[in-house]
Design a protein around this ligand. Structure first.
Ligand code: ADP
Length: 647
C-alpha cells in the first residue's frame, strides 16, 4: 500500500478520503488555498501545503503547483476526490508519467467518458440501450437538423463536454430549436471551451438510476448495486437513496449487466458509476432504461452504497490503485436496509436557491448518524467554491424508517449565520411524491416552486409576536405585564417580509393590529414548545421553538421562522435602495448587458454574475433609465455592493 497520499481537493470529500487513508496507515498530505488555511481538511491531514490564492483556477486547479508539491513532498499517490481535477485526463496522465499513482481509472477512460458523444460511440458495440439522438459540431445555420422532421419533441440539448448539469436545455417544440441550440453552444464554449452539442429525446417522467461498479487491473469487474438519484434540481442531485426500491429486480439485474458491459468496453479500472435514465411510463416489468454517461470518479453520493453494503469505497479505490485484486466477489455483495443521503447547501431556497456566504456562527449536528462535513463552527463560507457544506447520511432497516430518521435529523440540525437548504430538505423528505417513492427527475422543481410560495399567515405572525413578548417576560402567569392605551409594537421579519405588529394588552386578553386589520386574542396558553390561543373565535395551536433571536413556528409540517427586528429603523434600507441593483452575493461580473443612459423595463436582465460555480442574472428592480452602471466585466464584487442605479 502507499506510504503517502496527496488529497488534491478540499471540503468534505478531502476529509472523507483522509479518514480512510489514516485507517489504512497511509500518511496524508492536504493542499489548501488562502481561504482554507484553517479548514477541517487541513487540520485533519498529517501535513498540509499552501497551493495558491482562493480562486480555484489558481489553487485546486493549478496543476503545475500541485505537481511541485507532490514531488517536493515525495507522495506516491494522488486522490483527486470529485470535481476539480478528478475528471481531467491531462492531469491524470501527467501524474502517471511522473511515476505517481492517480487514484482513479486510466487517463484514456477519463477522456472517452468526458465527452458524451465519444462515450456513446465507444460503447456502441456493447449493445447498451441509448437515448435516441444526434450529435452536432458544425455551426447551425439552416442545417439539415432544423429540417429533420423525424425529431421528436420534447428533446434535450446537452453540451458534449458538459457536466454538473450545466449547458443543458429542454426544447418543447420546433420553434425553440434553433435559439436553444445557439444558446447551449454559447454556454458550452464559455464553460467547457468546446461548443459541440448532442441532442437527445427527452424522457418524460424519467428516473435517474445509477450503478456503481468496481474493476481491478486483472479484468475483474463487479457491480455494487444501484442508487436512485431522481430527486434533482436543475439536473443536480439533492436527495439520493439506495437501493432503488421502485425499480423491479429484473430490470435492475439488466442494468447491472449493462453497467459491467460499459466498463468492459473501455477497459475500465477502479471505481466508476454508470448513469441511466429509466422510462417509468411503461409496464412495471417492461421499463426501458438508457445509458446517460459514466462518471469516472468517486461520486458525491457514494456513502449510501457504503451504508447498505458495509464496504469502504475509498479503501477499495486505494487498493485497486495500489495494484491489488478485488477482495470482493460478486456473490459477496449483499445489501442491508435502506440508506438516504441529503446534500446540505449554503443557499437560500426562497431566493431562487442563491448561494449564501458568511460566517457559520453556530453548527449543531444531529447525533448518532453519519455526517460527511468539511466545515466547522466559526468557518467562513466563501464564494469561490461549490456551496455544498456536507452530507447527512441515514441508514435503517427499511425505506420508511430511513425516511423517518432523515426527518428527525433534519429537524435536529442547526446551522446559523448563513442560509441553508435544511428546511427545504425537510420538506422534500416529507413530500408525498418522495414518501410514495414516485419521484421523477423533474419533480423537485414543482416542489421548490410550492415551497417558495409558502407564506406565513396572520396567525403565524400573531403567534410569533406573542411568543417574543412571553420570552421577554411580558406575559407571565397568563397575565399581560404591558399596560397602557398605546400598547407596544414589534417588528418581525419572516424571510424577506417585514411586518409591524401593535399589541394592546388587557389582563388576559390582547388586541392585535396587523396589516390594517385588528384581532381579538384570548385564552393564551404557552407551555414547553406549544402555544395555544383563540383568535377571532378560532382555536390556534402550534408547536414552536426558540433559537437566539429566532422564533420558529411549526404548522402541519411547515416551518415559519420569525426574527425580531430590534433596531429596525436603522436596518430598513428598502427605501434608500429603491432603483438600485445590489449584489446578492460576493462573486465576479461575467457580462454587462446594458449601458449608461439606456432605458430598461422592470425585470430586464442587466448583469450576469458568477458565484460558487453558478451564474446569476441580476435584473432591473424597476423600469427607468440607467443612471450609473458601476461595475465592469470581470470585476470582483462584494455582497451588498451597489452595482447599478436606475433613475
Ligand atoms: P451531467 O453530465 O451534466 O450530469 P447528464 O447527462 O448526466 O449530465 O444528465 C443530468 C441529468 O439530466 C440526469 O440525471 C437526468 O435527470 C437528466 N437527463 C439527462 N438526459 C436526459 C434525457 N434524455 N431525458 C430526460 N432527462 C435527462
Amino acid at each position: 500500500m502507499f506510504q503517502k497520499l496527496m488529497v488534491a481537493n478540499r471540503g468534505e470529500i478531502a476529509c472523507r478520503i483522509i479518514k480512510t487513508a489514516r485507517n489504512l496507515g497511509i500518511k496524508t498530505l492536504a493542499i489548501y488555498s488562502d481561504s482554507d488555511k484553517n479548514s477541517a481538511h487541513v487540520l485533519l491531514a498529517d501535513e498540509a501545503c499552501y497551493v495558491g490564492p482562493s480562486e480555484a483556477r489558481k489553487s485546486y486547479l493549478n496543476i503545475k503547483k500541485i505537481f511541485e508539491i507532490a514531488v517536493e513532498k515525495n507522495v506516491d499517490a494522488i486522490h483527486p476526490g470529485y470535481g476539480f481535477l478528478s475528471e481531467n485526463h491531462v492531469f491524470s496522465k501527467k501524474v502517471n508519467n511522473m511515476g505517481i499513482i492517480f487514484v482513479g481509472p486510466e487517463w484514456k477512460a477519463i477522456k472517452t467518458m468526458g465527452n458524451k458523444k465519444n462515450a456513446k460511440q465507444a460503447i456502441s458495440k456493447a449493445g447498451i440501450p441509448m437515448v435516441p439522438g444526434h450529435s452536432l459540431r458544425e455551426n447551425m445555420g439552416s442545417e439539415s437538423l432544423l429540417n429533420d422532421k423525424t425529431l421528436e419533441y420534447p428533446l434535450l440539448i446537452k453540451a458534449a463536454a458538459g457536466g454538473g448539469g450545466k449547458g443543458m436545455r429542454i426544447v418543447l417544440n420546433e420553434s425553440e430549436l434553433e435559439g436553444s441550440i445557439q444558446s447551449v453552444k454559447r454556454e458550452a464554449l464559455s464553460s467547457f471551451g468546446d461548443d459541440e452539442i448532442i441532442i437527445e429525446k427527452y424522457i418524460q417522467g424519467g428516473k435517474h438510476i445509477e450503478v456503481q461498479i468496481a474493476a481491478d487491473h486483472f479484468g475483474n469487474i463487479i457491480h455494487l448495486m444501484e442508487r436512485d438519484c431522481s430527486a434533482q434540481r436543475r439536473y443536480q442531485k439533492v436527495l439520493e437513496e439506495s437501493p432503488a426500491t421502485s425499480i423491479p429486480q429484473k430490470i435492475k439485474e439488466k442494468m447491472y449487466e449493462a453497467a459491467i458491459s460499459v466498463s468492459r468496453a473501455i477497459n475500465y479500472t477502479n471505481l466508476g458509476t454508470v448513469e441511466f435514465i429509466v422510462d417509468t411510463s411503461g409496464k412495471e416489468n417492461d421499463m426501458s432504461f438508457y445509458f446517460l454517461e459514466m462518471n469516472t470518479r468517486l461520486q458525491v453520493e457514494h456513502p449510501i452504497t457504503e451504508a447498505i453494503l458495509g464496504i469502504d469505497l475509498v479503501e477499495m479505490q486505494l487498493e485497486i490503485a495500489a495494484g491489488k485484486k478485488l477482495t470482493h466477489k460478486q456473490q459477496d455483495i449483499k445489501s442491508r436496509g435502506h440508506a438516504i443521503e441529503a446534500r446540505i447547501y449554503a443557499e437560500n431556497p426562497r431566493k431562487n436557491f442563491m448561494p449564501s456566504t458568511g460566517k457559520i456562527s453556530e453548527l449543531r449536528f444531529p447525533k448518532n448518524v453519519r455526517l460527511d462535513f468539511g466545515v466547522k463552527q466559526g468557518d467562513q463560507v466563501e464564494s469561490h467554491y461549490d456551496p455544498m457544506l456536507g452530507k447527512l447520511i441515514v441508514h435503517d432497516v427499511n425505506r420508511e424508517l430511513a425516511q423517518k430518521k432523515m426527518s428527525d435529523c433534519l429537524r435536529e440540525f442547526k446551522i446559523k449565520g448563513i442560509n441553508t437548504n435544511l428546511e427545504f430538505l425537510y420538506k422534500l423528505n416529507c413530500e408525498p411524491r418522495f414518501l410514495e417513492n414516485i419521484m421523477q427527475v423533474d419533480s423537485v422543481e414543482a416542489i421548490a416552486e410550492k415551497f417558495r410560495k409558502e407564506t406565513a399567515l396572520h396567525s403565524h405572525f400573531a403567534s410569533a409576536a406573542i411568543l417574543f413578548l412571553f420570552l421577554q417576560n411580558k406575559f407571565e402567569k397568563k397575565m399581560w405585564r404591558i399596560w397602557g392605551e398605546r400598547g407596544t409594537s414589534l417588528r418581525l421579519c419572516h424571510h424577506d417580509r417585514f411586518c409591524e405588529i401593535k399589541l394592546i394588552a388587557k389582563e388576559r386578553t390582547l388586541k392585535l393590529f396587523l396589516a390594517n386589520d385588528s384581532y381579538e386574542v384570548s385564552d393564551i396558553e404557552i407551555s414547553a414548545g406549544v402555544i395555544e390561543f383563540t383568535l377571532r373565535g378560532y382555536t390556534i395551536k402550534y408547536e414552536y421553538e426558540r433559537e437566539n433571536e429566532i422564533v420558529r413556528v411549526f404548522d402541519n409540517g411547515t416551518i415559519f421562522d420569525f426574527e425580531l427586528q430590534q433596531d429596525y429603523e436603522a436596518r430598513d434600507n428598502t427605501e434608500i435602495n429603491e432603483g438600485k441593483v445590489i449584489a446578492p452575493i460576493t462573486g465576479t461580473v461575467i457580462k454587462i448587458l446594458k449601458k449608461n443612459g439606456q432605458l430598461v423595463s422592470m425585470g430586464e436582465p442587466l448583469i450576469i454574475m458568477e458565484a460558487m460555480k453558478m451564474e446569476y442574472e441580476l435584473k432591473a428592480p424597476k423600469a427607468g433609465r440607467i443612471k450609473k452602471m458601476k461595475v465592469k466585466t470581470k470585476e470582483i464584487i462584494n455582497q451588498n455592493d451597489i452595482l447599478v442605479e436606475i433613475d
